[in-house]
Structure formats: structure tokens, C-alpha cells
Design a binder for this molecule. Structure first.
Ligand SMILES: Nc1ncnc2c1ncn2[C@@H]1O[C@H](COP(=O)(O)OP(=O)(O)OP(=O)(O)O)[C@@H](O)[C@H]1O
Ligand SMILES: [Mg+2]
Length: 276
């Protein structure tokens, strides 16, 4: 059986620097694959290559049998790949519900004239999108429900903003979801909830997931397979236990962070906001 996503010999340079070096790996349908590696290893670049923000210098990326190379990002979204960003991209002054509704745009059928004139067709479409947004938000239990739907995104805690970003990604109804550090800045309880949420996205929303995460409790808790990168190269692949103990991985973390530890535990806390 062919993998849902297949990267073969993908290479990307910025200036003279090799940021992705001849990477080859596949992701099967229903799998959760984590990408780990020190800062600057090339993890986010890889997501940018898959989603069409950058084109590889050489190599191919095949999704569900079609090459993604040379396609526009919106086209790649349409064929079933969605992502979240390491630095959140929410509309802070818009409500929680509006943030999620606005993510449906690539899938709406209304044209600009219908939107401006608010024709009956557009209003029907809007009702459909609202219902879909409410369904996606319901996935997150009580956290993004009730009165929170109408609150501006800026009033949400950091953890809830990260959940909202995932809800936005779900609006394009992807088959493959790419998560860039979904647990960044979360405390251990919140990280555990994110781990459970990622499992639920696979089991109930039937998504295939590529996860980038520095929090090893999340990676160890949910990954079917782990791939470690350093300087854009794959240095280890396998189960979390295998990769976490791999000498090349320990060395990569030792060299950069000088802590030498790759044990399950929360990542450093980023700046956090509180629910208003
Ligand atoms: N658009 C760009 N132009 C030039 N260099 C870039 C660009 N994007 C990324 N890089 C470089 O590519 C390398 C890999 O960056 P990338 O953001 O992919 O790392 P990362 O593994 O996601 O790191 P982190 O864990 O800090 O998020 C870094 O050296 C970075 O400076
Ligand atoms: Mg990154």
C-alpha cells in the first residue's frame, strides 16, 4: 500500500545553506508521526515545503498519489492538507466563532458580489458555515463553547488560542493535519489535554497527523513513529523510545542546548495570557 504522504529526496537551500537535506519518509493513513530535533533543525521548513509555501530545490512530495511540487498553497489546502502555525495566526479582534468561520473561505461557493449584496444564496451559505464551525468547535468539549463562541480571540488563554487554531485548520476538512508545536507554552496538564486531543483527532475525526513538538511528554504519549532531524537531515526514525535514546539524537540535543536531556517533560513556558 502506498503511503498517504511520501517525501523522496527532498532538498531545500536558503542562500547556500542546506535546510532540508535529501529527506525521504512516508506517512501512512491514520498514523501520527512526530518530527523532533533541536531549534533550527528544519522542522517548520518541512511543513512549509509540504504546504507549498516553499518549493523544494529537488525531490518530490506525493500526497494521495499526486505531486504537490509546484502547486499553490490554497490548492494544497483544497486537496486535503491543513496546518497550524508555530506563531499563532488568529484574528484577535474577531470572535471565536468568526475565527473558525473565516477559515472555511477556500471551501465556500459564494462569490464577492453575493457576499457584498448578502443574497439569499450567500445567507444560506453563511448558515451552513456557521453550523460547520460550531460542529468543529464542539470537538474541543466545553473549552470553546457557550459564551466563549462570541468572545474575541484576544480574551482566550494561550492554550485556548492554540485549540482555536486547530479548530480553524479542521474547517478545511483535511485528511492530513500538520501541527507545529501545538503544546508550546502549555503547562503539564494542558499538554496532557493536547495529547488526548491529538489522539481524538485521529480516532474520531480520522485524520492523519504530522506533529512537530518539543514537549517530549506529548511526543512520547501519542506518536506511532518519531523522526528526528538535525541540520535538515533525518538522524533517526522509529518508536519514541528508540529515537529518544539514539546516540545521534542525544548528541544533537547535547550540542545545541547543553542540557543533554531528552526525557519526557514539559517544554519551557512561553508567554501566556489568561482567559478574561
Ligand atoms: N525563509 C527563510 N529564509 C532563510 N532561512 C530560513 C528561512 N526559513 C527558515 N530558514 C532557516 O532554516 C533553518 C531551519 O529553520 P526552521 O524554522 O525550519 O527550524 P525548526 O526546526 O522549525 O526550529 P524551531 O524548533 O526553532 O522552530 C534555520 O537555520 C532558519 O534560520
Ligand atoms: Mg519551527
Amino acid at each position: 500500500m502506498m503511503a498517504l504522504l511520501e517525501l523522496s529526496n527532498v532538498t531545500k537551500r536558503f542562500g547556500g545553506i542546506l535546510v532540508t537535506n535529501c529527506l525521504t519518509f512516508g506517512v501512512d493513513e491514520g498514523e501520527i508521526v512526530s518530527l523532533i530535533g533541536p531549534n533550527g533543525a528544519g522542522k517548520t521548513t518541512l511543513l512549509n515545503l509540504i504546504t507549498g509555501l516553499y518549493a523544494p530545490d529537488s525531490g518530490d512530495i506525493i500526497f494521495a498519489g499526486q505531486s504537490l511540487v509546484g502547486r499553490e498553497p490554497h490548492d494544497i489546502t483544497k486537496i486535503g492538507i491543513a496546518r497550524t502555525f508555530q506563531t499563532l495566526r488568529l484574528f484577535l479582534n474577531m470572535s471565536v466563532l468568526e475565527n473558525v468561520m473565516s477559515a472555511a473561505f477556500p471551501r465556500t461557493h459564494a462569490n464577492m458580489a453575493q457576499i457584498v449584496l448578502r443574497t439569499p444564496g450567500f445567507r444560506r451559505e453563511e448558515r451552513r458555515i456557521r453550523q460547520m464551525a460550531e460542529e468543529k468547535l464542539a470537538f474541543f468539549g466545553e473549552r470553546l463553547q457557550g459564551y466563549r463562541l462570541d468572545q474575541p480571540a484576544y480574551s482566550l488563554s494561550y492554550a485556548n488560542r492554540r485549540r482555536l487554531e486547530i479548530a480553524r485548520a479542521m474547517m478545511t476538512e483535511p485528511k492530513l493535519l500538520l501541527l507545529d508545536e501545538p503544546a508550546a507554552g502549555m503547562n503539564p496538564n494542558e499538554s496532557l489535554e493536547v495529547t488526548e486531543l491529538i489522539g481524538k483527532l485521529r480516532d474520531e475525526a480520522h485524520l492523519t497527523i504530522i506533529l512537530i513538538e518539543h514537549d517530549m511528554s506529548v511526543v512520547g504519549g501519542i506518536s506511532d513513529r518519531v523522526i528526528a532531524l538535525d541540520h535538515g537531515e533525518k538522524i533517526a526514525e522509529g518508536t519514541f523510545e528508540h529515537v529518544a535514546q539514539h546516540p545521534a539524537v542525544v548528541e544533537a540535543y547535547l550540542g545545541r542546548k547543553k542540557t543533554g536531556k531528552l526525557t519526557p517533560g514539559p517544554a519551557p513556558q512561553a508567554e501566556r495570557g489568561g482567559d478574561l
